[in-house]
Design a protein around this ligand. Structure first.
Ligand code: SF4
Ligand code: SF4
Length: 283
């Protein structure tokens, strides 16, 4: 089997067929729908741009790879970033659409138990590659992954799944900072860096805001009133206000749903970019 087809089947097969894909509720509902998968080259200029723009602490694929596998000398162009999007299912989205301040139970479950599924998928992709003789690392599972408090953009990590997805042709950023993909913004994403060489996915956009109607058509802005924390305005997304609200949601989730968790997602649901790349007709 062609390597690209094979790795796509590894990612999709896990989500579609594995019992691990669960919200962990009584009904044992699936957390995620069929993923989108894209690839970018380790030498893609975007990765060095991220480092320049976000801060020296931001890691390129080559830095993550060579700090993980210290015994090998590899060229950045030999590396591939495999990126995926895990779309929420319709029930999770419709439950959260009706919420105004705190998340629905399914949304909060997807944030916690769904992200555990994403971690298992990261591990599964790494194991599958290694079993086939390739080296691979999931940055988010690596002890190298860190969050820095004083970046140019405030709190920022040294690897961003959304930025990897943008580089891998999977979507562009919205006014609220979420990534708008073919399956919308109601999703989570993941990535693995490997020395399996794959053809990069074409990026069907010219700018990092191409799919957001606020930037492309000077309309929409529907995510602004959806935010219960006043964290989105015409200048963008206030990470501090957002994080403070997320902290508050943990009390709500514990009291109402009975598990340790948090979540919001108001700006990801009930908006024209929730489940697709929006058009004027969606307004
Ligand atoms: S709701 Fe509208 S303005 Fe907000 S991210 Fe989506 S398309 Fe952009
Ligand atoms: S996650 Fe919630 S608090 Fe944060 S920007 Fe979106 S709507 Fe606002």
């Amino acid at each position: 089997m062609d390597l690209e087809v094979w790795i796509r089947s590894i990612v999709s097969g896990f989500i579609l067929d594995s019992p691990e894909n669960t919200l962990g509720n009584q009904e044992n509902n699936k957390a995620w729908e069929e993923p989108l998968v894209g690839f970018s080259n380790g030498n893609d200029a975007l990765y060095t741009f991220y480092k320049k723009d976000i801060g020296e602490f931001y890691l390129t694929p080559l830095e993550i790879f060579t700090r993980t596998f210290t015994d090998i000398d590899v060229d950045a162009a030999r590396l591939t970033v495999i990126s995926w999007i895990l779309p929420h299912n319709e029930r999770t989205k419709s439950d959260n659409r009706r919420r105004r301040v705190y998340p629905s139970e399914r949304w909060a479950r997807a944030r916690i138990f769904g992200e555990q599924v994403n971690d298992k998928l990261r591990g599964h992709v790494v194991d599958s590659l290694q079993n086939r003789g390739f080296r691979a690392v999931a940055p988010m599972l690596s002890p190298i992954w860190k969050v820095y408090d004083n970046s140019r953009y405030g709190r920022a990590s040294n690897w961003s799944e959304r930025h990897a997805a943008y580089a891998s042709g999977l979507g562009t950023f919205g006014l609220c900072d979420g990534l708008i993909t073919e399956k919308g913004k109601a999703m989570r994403c993941g990535s693995v860096v490997t020395d399996m060489k794959l053809q990069p996915t074409e990026r069907p956009y010219d700018t990092h805001h191409a799919y957001c109607l606020f930037f492309s058509r000077h309309t929409c802005g529907r995510c602004i009133p959806r935010c219960p924390a006043d964290a989105i305005n015409k200048s963008g997304h206030d990470k501090t206000k957002c994080r403070n609200h997320l902290r508050e949601t943990s009390v709500f989730v514990k009291q109402n749903y009975g598990f340790e968790g948090y979540g919001c997602g108001m700006c990801q649901t009930g908006v024209p970019c929730e489940s697709k790349i929006p058009t004027q007709e969606d307004l």
